[in-house]
Each structure stands twice: as structure tokens, then as C-alpha cells.
Design a protein around this ligand. Structure first.
Ligand code: HEC
Length: 98
């Protein structure tokens, strides 16, 4: 049976849209908490100030902010990803109108 499709799969995950998708599981729900490894309150970032989001992500990246999950996520982001994600969350998700 053909199995090659499972190998070279390109699902477009490199785009910033794809990157934002990996944040939504935690950040998309107001008042959401994650229970691993401790119970954390997950801040709702949509509609936050763009500059604030950018600085927060850079602070996780540099280690200035210490949350382990966000540190490993920020470590995988480039400066460009960070400014795109900050712009995306700061503007695009405010509930539509802007
Ligand atoms: C596994 C769950 C999880 C995922 C996935 C995740 N985050 Fe977070 N994020 C958190 C938690 C928990 C905090 C609060 C950490 C703290 O207390 O410092 C946080 C904090 C933040 C903050 C700081 C918010 C504030 O008000 O200070 C930003 C910005 C942020 N995340 C952006 C992102 C972006 C962008 C992505 C995707 C690239 C992402 N996060 C993916 C759980 C997650």
C-alpha cells in the first residue's frame, strides 16, 4: 500500500498563521488554566497591546521571564515570528472590528 504520503507532508506549518495555531490551545480561552506541570492561569493575549506582547515573548526568550512552557515556546521563535505573532494577537483577534 502507498505510504509515501506520510513522509514528505507539507502542511504549511512554517507560516506565522501556523505558529499562532500552536498558541491557541492555551491562549484562546478566557480564564483557561493548564494543569501541567502545575496549575497555571493562562493569560488571554488576544487584544493585548502589541508592544507588550512582543516584549513579553522576548523576555521569555532571554530568560528574564521564567515560565518553563513559554520559555521553550519562545525559544523556537525568531524575531520576525515574535513581531508577527504580537501583531496578530494585538490586532487581528480583537473580536473583528478595528
Ligand atoms: C502549553 C500552553 C501554552 C502555549 C502552547 C502557549 N502559551 Fe503563552 N503562556 C502560557 C502560560 C501558562 C503563560 C503565563 C506564564 C507566566 O505566568 O509567566 C503564558 C504567557 C504568555 C504571554 C505573556 C502574557 C502576559 O499577559 O504577560 C505571552 C505574550 C504569550 N504567552 C504568548 C504566546 C504565544 C505567542 C504562543 C504561541 C507561539 C504561546 N504563548 C503558546 C501557556 C502557553
Amino acid at each position: 500500500m502507498p505510504t509515501a504520503w506520510a513522509q514528505g507532508a507539507d502542511i504549511g506549518a512554517g507560516k506565522s498563521g501556523g505558529k499562532a495555531a500552536m498558541c491557541i490551545g492555551c491562549h484562546g480561552i478566557p480564564g483557561y488554566k493548564v494543569a501541567y506541570p502545575h496549575v497555571y492561569h493562562v493569560p488571554y493575549i488576544a487584544g493585548q497591546n502589541v508592544k507588550y506582547l512582543e516584549l513579553a515573548l522576548k523576555a521569555y526568550q532571554s530568560g528574564e521571564r521564567k515560565h518553563p512552557t513559554m520559555r521553550s515556546i519562545a525559544a523556537g521563535l525568531s524575531d520576525k515570528d515574535i513581531s508577527e505573532l504580537a501583531a496578530y494577537y494585538g490586532n487581528a483577534q480583537k473580536g473583528g472590528a478595528k
